[in-house]
Ligand binder design. Sequence first.
Ligand SMILES: O=C(O)CCC(=O)C(=O)O
Ligand SMILES: [Fe+2]
Length: 277
Amino acid sequence: MDECQLPLIDLSGLRNQDEGERLACVAAIARASSEWGFFQVVNHEISNELLVEMRREQVKLFETPFERKASCKLLNNSYRWGTPTATCPRQFSWKVMEEFAAAMSKLARLLAGVLAENLGHRRGGFEDSCDASTCFLRLNRYPACPVSADIFGLVPHTDSDFLTILYQDQVGGLQLMKDSKWVAVKPNEDALIVNIGDLLQAWSNDVYKSVEHKVMPNRKGERYSIAYFLCPSYDSFIGSCREPSIYRKFTFGEYRRQVQEDVKKLGHKVGLSPFLL
Ligand SMILES: O=C(O)CCC(=O)C(=O)O
Ligand SMILES: [Fe+2]
């Protein structure tokens, strides 16, 4: 298995007073989004303290006895095996989770703005269509799996959002498709990982790529990750930023329904291809 370093973007470039430097950073983000669909960012302005606190809440959540978690509602509209959600327990610090989600949201919007700007569009366009009711955090725990090398932690999939920001620990296990081959992502403790989702691929008329990825469990130790999904409101139309569009116009609500239907009927997500013109 090849291990790769994702393209590394220093986000301080976006805050550079020198317009040439700022545009070079925009171009680097856009290039990685087209060639890899994935990149990692440093100097993202999310404090290490907040990341560590959030991880502590995550571990506490997963370590809570199943019966206690099960007394809350089960996550039932997910297309992967559900984790009992904690929608009620008071013992979690929602303050940390909310602060973390807000920081991730800010970063996700900044990056979406950069990707819009690069294709000649207004930076705030996604901001208008994204709303807090559909954006979400997913907390993942992958138990150690010593039995077999071909059991998935998470099955191959693309994300159904605009873009995703991932905060992972140093265990490793995330793999992505690059030039028709699976490559393993080398963890970098200073970086957050960003990947393009289906909606940004459609909006960009396939300029940016929503790339398939999966997680393989570690043989010896468990792994934790947290993903933030930047999504528009359900009634937002995902048109293309370019004519002629290769996709028909659809709303995010319609896309989600289609994904859920495909998973129910076929056992897997089909993705964007039914929306191609
Ligand atoms: O845990 C990871 O590294 C990836 C998680 C992921 O792809 C997802 O939650 O959609
Ligand atoms: Fe994913």
